[in-house]
Write a protein that binds this ligand. Structure first.
Ligand code: URA
Length: 432
């Protein structure tokens, strides 16, 4: 077997067998296949696609390319994954709700890049919070309190790190089999019994259309099930930022308000739906019953207590959980005002995420430092009416000199009109 033949085969649109996929991933990981041949095969997959069996085999081989976690002694365990969006702080809410309902959460998360935020950065904005735990400490914490959230281990799924870095620079990101195998290999390696996926669609999402989002969700759910995992997905809206707050400590504050039973309707509803699915899958109960348990976990304060326990266990200062007003604030702010009266008809949410990054909340490239206090509070979203001069958003930063550029960029992400636009349904579809 040689890699040129495998590239040739995929170029012609034929399906690769398990041995050929294994040969490719082994060669990627041990350095035998040079970047130009890896990239050629990635492009062929991007153009010709993969059938379900190929994608399942690719995912499995990638998942076992490095360390894997054994959570079998902790069942039921659940993991949740969002395909990325702006203002998406759902993991900070859903995980403690599920844990308060008796589902163990052993969650590994990523950092933000480009216009999207990452759960690890948000957690690290809580002073003292440690996201790097040894595997033994991570598992010990889940056993003791039912929840731990840490950064993805460097030694897991090395194949994805190599492939993703090449996809990023060879225009081969937007391929359903490559995205599905990349995400699901990390979920399989992380070992949970239940995988709940939140596949975003809209201007702030990877998948710009609902059709693409459904295709990706179906592929990922099928991969999970083929590996014996209870897997489900929601297709959810990302035409607007989720909730009101964008930026790390701003998002933690908003997550805390949802855990207190407050918060904007969209973020609260999405969190309840995701938690409901996890609880229903874990306990094999109807969704209606699971939703009541999720609501009870919020209303009783049990979910907030779970979050507080996790923060304490991971070295975070719980005074910030009890008194979110203690979170440090950015030195400068600017209110973005409506240039005319009317309705907000459209938001370019990726551009809004990039504006938050410009203010200091995100990074343009891996390793960039971020400012936990920077970000945006959104006052008006698609469909809202306002008068000229009314506040549309408030920008927060420690970089005074970029405020005017950020204000102009934020305004350029908005479209105004005289009539209310079509409503974007928050939860578009469930895939099981
Ligand atoms: N997120 C991932 O982890 N991988 C992809 O390919 C796309 C989004």
């Amino acid at each position: 077997m040689n890699i040129t033949e495998i590239i040739e085969k995929k170029k012609k649109g034929a399906a690769l067998n398990k041995k050929e996929i294994a040969f490719f991933i082994d060669g990627v990981c041990n350095g035998d296949i040079p970047d130009y041949q890896i990239s050629a095969l990635l492009m062929a997959i991007c153009l010709k696609g993969m059938n379900r069996e190929e994608t399942v085999n690719l995912t499995e081989k990638m998942a076992h390319s490095g360390d894997t976690l054994d959570l079998s002694g902790l069942s039921p365990t659940a993991d949740k994954h969002s395909t990325g969006g702006v203002g998406d702080k759902t993991s900070l809410v859903v995980a403690p709700i599920a844990a308060a309902c008796g589902v163990n959460i052993a969650k590994m998360s990523g950092r933000g890049l480009g216009h999207t935020g990452g759960t690890v950065d948000k957690l690290e904005s809580i002073p003292g919070f440690q996201t790097e735990l040894s595997e033994a400490d991570f598992l010990k914490q889940v056993k003791a309190i039912g929840i731990a959230m840490i950064a993805q281990s460097e030694s897991m799924v090395p194949a994805d790190k190599i492939l993703y870095a090449l996809r990023d620079v060879t225009a081969t990101i937007d391929s359903i089999p490559l995205i599905a195998s990349s995400i699901m290999s990390k979920k399989l390696a992380a070992g949970a019994d239940i995988i709940e996926l939140d596949v975003k669609t809209g201007s702030g999402a990877f998948m710009k259309t609902k059709v693409q989002a459904i295709a990706l969700a179906r592929e990922m759910v099928a991969i999970g099930k083929a590996h014996g995992k209870r897997t489900a997905a929601l297709i959810t809206d990302m035409h607007d930022p989720l909730g009101t707050n964008i930026g790390n400590n701003l998002e933690v504050k908003e997550a805390l308000s949802v855990l207190r039973g407050e918060g904007a309707a969209d973020i609260r509803e999405l969190c309840l739906n995701l938690a409901t699915n996890i609880i229903a899958l874990a306990k094999s109960i109807p969704a209606q019953q699971a939703r009541l348990l999720a609501l009870e976990a919020i209303d009783s304060g049990a979910a907030l207590t779970k979050f507080r326990q996790m923060v304490a266990a991971q070295g975070g200062d719980v005074r910030y959980i009890d008194h979110p007003e203690l979170f440090e604030k950015a030195a400068y702010s600017r209110t973005v005002c409506a240039p005319q009266s009317g309705f907000l008809t459209k938001m370019d949410t990726a551009l809004i995420g990039n504006t938050a990054a410009l203010l200091g909340a995100g990074r343009q490239k891996k390793g960039d430092a971020i400012d936990f206090t920077a970000g945006i509070i959104v006052h008006k979203k698609t469909g809202d009416a306002f008068k000229k001069g009314e506040a549309l958003a408030t920008l927060y930063t420690n970089k005074k000199d970029i405020l005017t550029q950020a204000e102009q960029q934020y305004l350029s992400a908005l479209r105004f009109g005289a009539k209310a636009p079509r409503y974007h349904q928050l939860i578009k579809e469930g895939i099981i």
